[in-house]
Design a protein around this ligand. Structure first.
Ligand code: SAH
Ligand code: SF4
Ligand code: F3S
Length: 439
């Protein structure tokens, strides 16, 4: 086979960590099969890809203006492709609206990237496509960390959420593929892994072949046996599936990092029911209390939606109440955004006006800031382990604690890739400064 000419790929990624991982997979597939190398310059790219998110309306609105910009900046003959969740949901309408787009590739069709780039007008968006056993390249996020998908799709039907319509039904990736990939990564210097899925703790219920069901807890146990792997993270778990067995494993397994994302969405049991989340305010608080009792230094992050249809002032106060009780370390907060293909669209007559939603959002943000300051300051004088990853030009080295606080120290590149004991000397709302105790 003659050697293919080297070409350049510019790829922009919106959305969640799954999309980040998909973008790495896209780039690696194109490198392996078509000799593309990534560039950060749109002007010199032979192929421009945007990997899109549909979860709220704003990024979708921005897509077409962004595509217009790509078109005006690109060099002659360069192609433009739209991938990801918006590709899944708008499909060929993207090409109808912007005929200069060369191809559209849905979030569940990443392995077909090598085929669609050469077919003008190709649209591959099936949400039944099963890529759970496709051998994608590993997706390092730094020299020491890697992301790995453990499942694709989502079986839930949360009333507000478009994801099941863009990523299809949930299928777990076989445990032996996950373990083998992590082992390979560890051999190349990785010490921390992030397990990804829309609903990680429902892992193991359906595979593409006939095999026995397994559980997320069991997967965690198997992964933690990998020698040389120091830290295991995962996102997102669903509060409903946080059974006692899972909490026990999370609390007692020393390799599982002690920061956990527990997406609340709303603190009101009434709204949670309308959202079809499957748990109540009491269940959520009970799970958090159980985890906090077992892991005193745990950090908890969450997602909150305000202004969901029919959310009354009292319902909102329930959200505030849960915030005060839990004191989340990080909150990703959103105003409800009506999405196509979701059941909440039927609740249009109960919509909350934008001013009220904005006001609620501001209250969440302000309260959260006070919690962040308090929580971060409580770290001062503590001795903690940090995995150092980055050396800055000013001589500072940064990394993360096991419970996901960002820490800066004065140091050199000899810290990189090591887990080192430090003493915290000061705190801001979002990061800590520390002194190295011993190497
Ligand atoms: N599978 C993940 C979340 C995926 S979407 C989970 O269940 O945790 C990420 C977040 O976007 C959600 O947790 C939710 O808070 C938010 N989100 C999803 N749909 C939304 C909508 N229509 N409007 C506003 N926020 C939304
Ligand atoms: Fe969306 Fe709910 Fe699935 Fe998360 S669990 S991706 S919020 S439907
Ligand atoms: Fe992720 Fe956005 Fe799709 S949050 S799953 S890229 S809709």
């Amino acid at each position: 086979m003659s050697k293919m000419k080297s070409q350049k790929l510019f790829i922009k990624t919106l959305g969640c960590q799954m999309n980040d991982t998909d973008s790495v997979h896209i780039a690696e597939e194109l490198k392996k099969h078509k000799n593309y190398n990534v560039t950060t310059s749109i002007e010199e790219a032979d192929l421009i890809i945007i990997n899109t998110c549909s979860v709220r309306d704003k990024p979708v609105q921005k897509l077409f203006s962004e595509l217009g910009q790509f078109r005006s900046k690109k060099k002659k003959g360069a192609k433009i492709g739209v991938c990801g969740c918006t590709a899944s949901h708008l499909g060929k309408d993207i090409i109808k609206r912007a005929p200069y787009i060369d191809f559209v590739l849905g979030a569940r069709n990443i392995s077909k990237i090598k085929d669609v780039i050469d077919v003008k007008g190709a649209v591959e968006i099936s949400i039944d496509n099963d890529e759970s056993t496709y051998d994608f390249a590993s997706s390092h996020t730094s020299r020491f960390k890697t992301n790995i998908n453990i499942s694709i799709g989502c079986d839930k039907e949360c009333a507000y959420c478009i994801v099941p319509a863009t990523r299809g039904k949930e299928i777990s990736i076989p445990p032996e593929m996950i373990i083998e990939q992590i082992k390979k990564d560890v051999q190349s210097g990785v010490v921390e892994v992030m397990l990804l899925g829309q609903n990680v703790n429902s892992y193991g219920r359906r595979f593409s072949d006939k095999r026995q069901k397994t559980s997320f807890t069991k997967l965690l146990q198997e992964i933690s046996l990998i020698e040389g792997l120091e830290r295991i993270r995962f996102t997102s778990p669903h509060p409903l599936h946080m059974d006692d067995e899972f909490i026990e494993e999370f609390s007692t397994n020393p390799k599982i990092a002690k920061c956990i994302h527990i997406p609340l969405q709303s603190g009101s049991s009434k709204i949670l029911k309308v959202m079809k989340r499957g748990y109540s305010k009491e269940w959520f608080l009970n799970r958090v209390e159980k985890i906090k009792n077992k892991v005193p230094n745990v950090r908890i992050t969450t997602d909150i939606i305000v202004g969901f249809p029919s959310e009354s002032h009292e319902d909102f106060l329930d959200t505030i109440d849960v915030m005060k009780k839990v004191k989340f370390d990080q909150i990703y907060n959103f105003k409800y955004s009506p999405r196509p293909n979701t059941s909440a669209l039927k609740l249009e007559d109960k919509a909350i006006d934008d001013k009220t939603s904005s006001n609620r959002l501001t209250q969440v943000i302000e309260l959260h800031k006070t919690h962040q300051v308090e929580l971060m300051h409580s770290n001062i004088d503590k001795i903690v382990d940090v995995l150092f990853e980055n050396l800055k030009a000013n001589g500072e080295v940064s990394g993360f604690t096991d419970n996901l606080c960002q820490v800066f120290v004065k140091g050199s590149d000899e810290l990189l890739g090591k887990i080192v004991k430090v003493k915290i000397i000061s705190a801001s709302r979002t990061s800590l400064k520390a002194e190295v105790l011993k190497l």
